[in-house]
Design a protein around this ligand. Structure first.
Ligand SMILES: [Fe+2]
Ligand SMILES: [Fe+2]
Length: 145
């Protein structure tokens, strides 16, 4: 696996995990706002998955992530149980996940030799920053409601 393909597969794996987690969180959330927010984030991560798959395709690489062991997030899927936690606790974990994703994309943007990929990673980093902001706003709303 080339040095160029590897970070793309690590990113794809992380995006797939994020997509799954947000889908589950959208289902479990009992407040209308939270549900809508998670549904929006599901769409966003689905878009990221498409972006990364397009890039892999251009490089002639398969979007195969089952052998990827590298972790982008310092929280795991198990940290997002379907019940037990409050929405606020779930959101706190999701913010950590988004910040980890942003840091990973910024590092990848630094490391890539391809200008096209640098731009892609920077856009992804910006998106993850805006996801963290969306989650932070919802956390603030929940705290005051
Ligand atoms: Fe993403
Ligand atoms: Fe995100």
């Amino acid at each position: 696996m080339s040095d160029q393909v590897k970070p793309l597969l690590v990113a794809l794996k992380a995006e797939e995990d994020g997509y799954q987690i947000y889908g589950r969180m959208a289902k479990r959330s009992e407040n209308e706002n939270g549900k809508k927010m998670f549904e929006h984030l599901v769409k966003e991560e689905a878009r990221h998955i498409r972006t990364i798959k397009d890039r892999l395709k251009k490089l002639g690489a398969l979007p195969e992530t089952k052998d990827i062991a590298e972790k982008v997030y310092s929280v795991s899927e198990l940290d997002f149980p379907d019940k037990e936690l409050s929405d606020l606790e779930v959101i706190a974990r999701a913010i950590t996940e988004e910040k980890d994703a942003r840091a990973f994309y910024l590092r990848s943007a630094e490391q890539t030799q391809s200008p096209e990929e640098k731009q892609m990673y920077q856009l992804l980093a910006n998106d993850e920053a805006s996801h963290a902001e969306i989650l932070e706003k919802e956390a603030a709303r929940l705290k005051t409601s």
